[in-house]
Design a protein around this ligand. Sequence first.
Ligand SMILES: Cc1cc2nc3c(=O)[nH]c(=O)nc-3n(C[C@H](O)[C@H](O)[C@H](O)COP(=O)(O)OP(=O)(O)OC[C@H]3O[C@@H](n4cnc5c(N)ncnc54)[C@H](O)[C@@H]3O)c2cc1C
Length: 403
Amino acid sequence: MDFALTDEHRMVQHMVKGFAQKEVAPIIKEYDRKQAMAPFVLPRMGELGILGICLPVRYGGQGMDYIALGLACEELEAVDSTLRVVMSVHVGLNSLALLQWGTEEQKEQFLVPQARGEKIACFGLTEPGAGSDVAAMDSTARLSGDKYIINGEKMWISLATVADHALIVARTNPDASDPHDGLSAFMVELDRPGVSCGDIHGKLGVRAGSTGWLAFQNVEIPRQNLIGEEGEGFKIAMSCLDNGRYTVAAGATGLIRASLESSVKYAGERRAFGREIGKFQLVQQKIAYMVQSFEAAQLLYLRAGWMKNQGVRNTRETSLAKWFATDASFDAASEAIQIHGAYGYSDEYDVERYLRNAKGAILYEGTSEIHQLMQAGFALGYRDDVPLRCELPPFDLDAWRSE
Ligand SMILES: Cc1cc2nc3c(=O)[nH]c(=O)nc-3n(C[C@H](O)[C@H](O)[C@H](O)COP(=O)(O)OP(=O)(O)OC[C@H]3O[C@@H](n4cnc5c(N)ncnc54)[C@H](O)[C@@H]3O)c2cc1C
């Protein structure tokens, strides 16, 4: 067992941290207040190669492994969750699905520009009437000649109004005896006639990010935009979540670390009853719990990343990492506010933003309740992983670096 990061991993941490801390941290409060995404963020992440960090060089990526993806997410969310959300949807839920399920033509058409940051990608699963219960979705895709015609609405879609491509799931067979088997996955170019989109305002958190809706009215897409086979949509969506949840777990680890660092700093500065508050055992206890959560969350996501590198199925481990880290990040942010007292309650400090952002991650990519059901299901033997027709390819240095 080797717990050491490589020099390349440390280089990724250093580069991503430099971007997040020097370029985004100084302006994040302004954009959080404005409830808008800073316009330079996506182009800059593309320029730095962050948007294709773990993708093979021949598909426009940087040729790093899945652990590098996790480390990047940890550094990004240590500054603001909106930065990590970009990675979750663009890389985790979309580009990695193309790597896993796409044909060579689909990789050339969609993955290459996404990995280079020339096109931005999102993921449309949730609908107004279907969240946790994915198979209850109403969107449809009907084959007509060599085209699919898409109708329906997707809700709560991160990057909906800034993305060029969406990976969506829609119902192709309304008569399937199990509704899960009637779903299929598609790549949709969002400039096609019949696509409309909008932003959702008034969110509790991820305010410096984009969350919106997508509507499809008789949108025609070529038959070649079907990802995988007809009827595989639910399996593809769940495999996307195995990758998206990994990025959420890693990011939430960064949020715990940010709460810990802010708390340590403040506890060393603020004085009460003639001494710095860090000297009080009740404050120390909060700090100790943050240390515990951070270390455990980091180990859990790194294990999941290591399993991805080996090509070992990690649905259970990734779900556990995501559930643990997101719940722990909310607790850490809440306790960080407590340590900051009234100052923590205002946006003069970052900790109130951490709390607002942390809540979102307990909802998306499987609510905590869904992860509890999954963990209990695995433990009780009620569920097991069924092998997929296409698994996420294991990291292979030579293959990832070859042109
Ligand atoms: C900021 C943000 C960004 C998002 N980005 C995306 C995105 O990019 N793409 C996308 O497709 N979706 C996205 N979502 C949607 C998100 O994935 C859903 O909100 C989530 O799946 C939960 O669905 P729901 O909100 O419809 O809640 P519901 O499924 O209606 O659940 C409501 C409550 O009931 C509980 N519940 C439901 N079923 C059970 C059960 N069987 N047992 C116990 N409790 C249960 C839930 O845990 C929850 O507490 C985003 C959401 C947010 C908040």
